[in-house]
Design a protein around this ligand. Structure first.
Ligand code: HEM
Length: 451
């Protein structure tokens, strides 16, 4: 592999003269990033339609962008579409507003605090398996969506989605598919133009807005004396240090929508991939069963067990290596800045993906193979910081990382102890589809067998 970055506009333009590298990127963004890394090393410059991008693959340069020089970059740019969904919520806000919101929300996501959610996490997983019938075929992706959504809704906003869960899932599916298409296409028709796609998108956004605003309105009515301590209460009670005002309904809506969007599909898809790997590898399943029997002995997992469920954690770390739900993020330079040997101009856009690094033989032996054991003995700590970063890094890293790990360990163990999942014969194995998160295309269907 070459160690120098190279400008690739020319070579890729040969393939796709008008759209720059757009066709290759749209067809398979993961493969596109992987190939750029293999061909050009530390970084590459390319065009998507009229826009010019850099892709950065060198861990030291990535550390500058995401950590040491994070203030020199913003998240704006091609992710404007996400902003339509989450507004000024934590994922897309910038500068002082972001720092303030992050400080406010952070205490609800510390390891110590999230422990208290573990019972809810186990309970949601249990209520799912209570519905399962031995020998049944199930859409695992939908089942996992239903519990991760339920967990976020209950723990963060004390909200029970109950009957309307299917409608919520439908709205998220539409948004996921259409937003991805909009992000990847050159021509974005304003939403006011009533194409079929725009009508579906607007209706889905309206549905989610309706739900989120109703959660806020109900809490306002019932707030007095209800003494709740969830994230919604923190947000509603927060007073701005400068002008002593509280958050408007619009600001609350943005933060709620952000948590819903960032906090359920990422974990649902990682879990679905993890089960997919496990059910194809009896040796790994056997090791997990031994760990669960030793640590849990048939009990439901709690936060107290988390530290002892080491192999279960490693299965998830390995899943996040091969199927990083947050497979792509962007930054743009706020001023002329130097990153390693690369001189960036103000406004230059950077594409950042953990996937090519996670698949690099420089850091992971036999990178194509699913091998949770590679996470034993703190191997990852011996790697450069940005050789493995499923939760990002620096001030914009995932605020929900501890929440996600606890939730996923609990769900895998709670389900896996009771049920064996099996691939359905003649069903092709799921392939990754790069939507807003890295999703199993067409879902993952399984046969569930009671142990
Ligand atoms: C497997 C599960 C998850 C993965 C792989 C994941 C991945 C990520 C990544 C890579 C980022 C950084 C994006 C960037 O640098 O632009 C991020 C940010 C974020 N995540 Fe997660 N995430 C997961 C679960 C969660 C959960 C459960 C929550 C909430 C409960 C959450 C809330 C957020 C928020 C609010 C941000 C924005 C933080 C900021 O900019 O200050 N995530 N996530």
């Amino acid at each position: 592999m070459m160690s120098q970055g190279v400008t690739v506009e020319r070579s890729l333009m040969k393939e796709t003269i008008i759209g720059g590298s757009l066709n290759a990127f749209r067809k398979d963004p993961l493969l596109f990033m992987l190939q750029l890394h293999h061909m050009y090393g530390d970084y590459a410059r390319f065009r998507l339609g009229p826009y010019r991008f850099y892709a950065v693959f060198n861990p030291d340069m990535l550390k500058e962008v995401m950590v040491t020089k994070a203030d020199a970059f913003s998240k704006a740019g091609a992710f404007d579409e996400i902003k339509r969904l989450t507004g000024e919520g934590l994922v897309m806000s910038e500068g002082a507003h972001h720092d303030r919101q992050r400080r406010m929300v952070q205490p609800k996501f510390t390891r110590g605090h999230i422990r208290k959610y573990s019972q809810q996490m186990a309970q949601s997983a249990s209520s799912l398996t209570e519905k399962w019938i031995h020998g049944q075929h199930r859409d695992l992706t939908y089942d996992l969506f239903s519990i991760t959504f339920d967990i976020i809704a209950r723990t963060m906003f004390s909200y029970d989605s109950g009957e309307i869960l299917q409608q919520i899932k439908g709205a998220f599916d539409s948004i996921n598919r259409i937003a991805t298409e909009k992000i990847r296409s050159l021509v974005r028709l304003p939403l006011l133009i009533p194409t079929r796609q725009n009508r579906e998108y607007t209706a889905a956004l309206r549905k989610l807005d309706e739900i989120v605003y109703s959660i806020i309105a109900n809490r306002k009515i019932n707030q007095e004396g209800d003494g709740r301590e969830d994230l919604l209460s923190v947000l509603m009670n927060a007073v701005d240090e400068t002008d002593q005002t509280r958050m408007s309904d619009r600001q609350l809506r943005d933060e709620l929508m952000t948590m819903f969007l960032a906090g359920h599909e990422t974990t649902a898809h990682t879990l679905a991939w993890a089960f997919d790997f496990i059910m194809r590898r009896p040796d790994i399943e056997e090791k997990l069963l031994q760990e669960w029997s030793r640590v849990l002995g048939g009990d439901l997992p709690t936060a107290d067990h988390f530290g002892d469920l080491v192999y279960t954690q490693n299965v998830l770390w390995e899943t996040l290596r091969l199927r990083p739900a947050g497979y792509l993020t962007m930054r743009s330079a706020l001023a002329d800045t130097r990153v390693g040997s690369l001189q960036l101009r103000r406004g230059d856009a950077l594409m950042i993906s953990p996937y090519p690094l996670h698949m690099s033989a420089d850091y992971f032996e036999d990178p194509e193979t699913f091998c949770p054991e590679r996470f034993e003995n703190a191997h990852v700590k011996s790697l450069p910081l940005m050789a493995y970063f499923p939760f990002g890094a620096g001030p914009r890293s995932c605020i929900g990382n501890h929440f996600a790990m606890l939730e996923m360990v609990i769900i895998i163990a709670a389900i896996g102890q009771k049920f064996r999942l099996r691939p359905i014969p003649n069903h092709p194995p799921a392939v990754p589809e790069a939507l807003l998160t890295l999703s199993p295309k067409g879902g993952i269907w399984v046969t569930v067998e009671r142990r």
